[in-house]
Design a protein around this ligand. Structure first.
Ligand SMILES: [Zn+2]
Length: 492
């Protein structure tokens, strides 16, 4: 009765307001949920990679700066990285959350039969976007979501990928010191509001280079590791000086570990198969073999069981858990040396005392992982994670919707100071494809349309009521259709 008495006099306007209020609030809520945090409030994240920093190096010599991050943050003891455990594939996995077969950077040296092109980290071929565009690195996603990114020499970060470079980046140049790279990173994070980066990546070539040359067991590596800890100390200090230390979430990790080699453990391919029958694309310890036309069977049969320290796989037989089959850039035959063994054509080739690339479940292949900052728990040790899980974790920290990936936030959310309140994707099931870069949504349009329809509907009903009141004869004609309303109306 109350509602209908409102309908009676001059209350239609009030009713209209009551009707529209939820719609207006709904629209406002919707807008609030989708709007980005203000520039100054946006979470900050810096991802640092010390190439070839094996997980156990931190225990080998005093590493007070790694320790301070662990005390104030988190340590993950066992990080299973991506196969093959090489630099380019793993750095791209860290920023895409994808295994190499999916992101397409399957090795440091590649051949793409469709493009008929070769990729080598020693040449400018790496600047061809086509190698990188099977995936989207996080800095591109950050920028498409309205954030800003800065990159200091991270592999691939000086390549235009899906039309974008990082907002700030350095052209790769190995002779630029770590300290200079840090200074650039600090400057980018400290820039005025609108220009400050939200996501930064920083790469340093050591201790990989020394690990290759000296071998990880060399006592000379102690000095190298202590030197890396000092470099980390420099970074922490610069963050403090710039007032960024408490604001920026810092993740320090690596692409892979390092195994000790021996000149006694060399497999010489020339002993088993003629060089004329194949091209070797990627090199030891995991070798991509491209047999010459019509020579597949001969090459495969010659190598199979040739040496007990070398596994030989047809592409389709590469073990499932490596996630290393489904890409045209993976060669038809893959040779994998046992840990500590080197595959060469003969002994005249370049021999190293340390190497990586082996099976990613080997402890020696695994990287360090420590992190601190407002998003992370304090003094927390986690047993294990996969390096592909880092991507959804970083997206969560940055409040960015992840693209489909092989990782899972569920696996690593215990590293966070507060648990995510949104539903977490089921492990190994990629989340749905995110909205287009513009963030355009149909919700407001549909909401507005429904609002208009409801208002019009109300007006039509109101007009009918008023008309019926004024013209009683109509009551009878439309009796059945309007019965409930009219019955009430008659009692007014
Ligand atoms: Zn290396």
């Amino acid at each position: 009765m109350l509602g209908l008495s409102l309908l009676g006099g001059c209350s239609p306007l009030l009713f209209l307001l009551v009707l529209l209020l939820p719609l207006v609030s709904l629209h406002r809520l919707n807008h609030q949920e989708r709007s980005e945090p203000s520039v100054t409030d946006r979470p900050k994240l810096l991802l640092v990679s010390f190439d070839g920093f094996r997980w156990d190096y931190i225990d080998r010599v005093p590493t007070p700066n790694f320790r301070s991050i662990m005390d104030e943050g988190v340590l993950v003891e066992y990080v299973e990285n991506a196969y093959i455990t090489k630099t380019f594939p793993n750095h791209y996995s860290l920023v895409t959350g994808l295994y190499a077969e999916t992101h397409g950077i399957v090795a440091n040296e590649m051949y793409d039969p469709a493009l008929n092109m070769s990729f080598s980290m020693e040449t400018d071929s790496i600047y061809d976007s086509r190698w990188w565009e099977e995936a989207v690195p996080l800095w591109v996603t950050v920028q498409k979501a309205g954030g800003r990114s800065g990159a200091a020499m991270w592999p691939g970060s000086d390549v235009k990928i899906h039309g974008l470079f990082p907002n700030q980046y350095l052209q790769y140049n190995a002779s630029v010191s770590f300290e200079t790279r840090v200074e650039w990173i600090i400057e980018w994070f400290s820039a005025p509001k609108e220009e400050a980066v939200d996501f930064g990546v920083l790469y340093w070539e050591e201790p990989d280079e020394s690990g290759h040359n000296l071998g990880p067991q060399s006592s000379l590596m102690d000095v190298v590791i202590a030197g890396i800890d000092e470099k980390l100390g420099f970074l922490l200090n610069e963050l403090k000086k710039a007032g960024l230390y408490e604001k920026v979430n810092l993740i320090v990790t690596s692409d892979h570990g390092m195994a000790q080699l021996s000149a006694d453990n060399i497999i010489e391919l020339d002993e088993y198969v003629s060089r004329d029958m194949y091209t070797w694309v990627d090199k030891s310890p995991v070798v991509g073999i491209l047999p010459k036309e019509g020579k597949f069977d001969e090459v495969y049969n010659s190598l199979l069981d040739a040496n007990p320290n070398m596994a030989v796989y047809k592409k389709d037989d590469i073990p499932e858990h490596f996630h290393y089959r489904h890409n045209i850039r993976i060669m038809p035959i893959l040779l994998e040396a046992k840990e500590g063994w080197t595959i060469m054509q003969n002994r005249t080739g370049h021999f190293m005392l340390g190497n990586h690339g082996y099976d990613n479940t080997l402890r020696s292949m695994q990287p360090v992982f420590v992190a601190r900052g407002p998003a992370f728990r304090q003094n927390y040790v986690k047993t294990s994670m996969r390096s592909v899980d880092l991507y959804p974790l970083m997206c969560h920290i940055l409040s960015i919707r992840p693209l489909p990936n092989n990782g899972s936030l569920l696996n690593v959310q215990d590293l966070l100071s507060s648990l995510p309140d949104s539903p977490t994707p089921i492990p190994n099931h990629p989340p749905p494809t995110p909205p287009k870069a513009s963030g355009y949504s149909y919700a407001p349009v549909v909401g507005s349309f429904l609002g208009v329809v409801m208002v019009l509907g109300f007006l039509v009903v109101y007009v009918i009521l008023v008309t019926l009141k004024q013209r009683p004869s109509l009551k009878h004609r439309s009796w059945e259709m309007s019965q409930p309303l009219l019955q009430e109306d008659l009692h007014l």
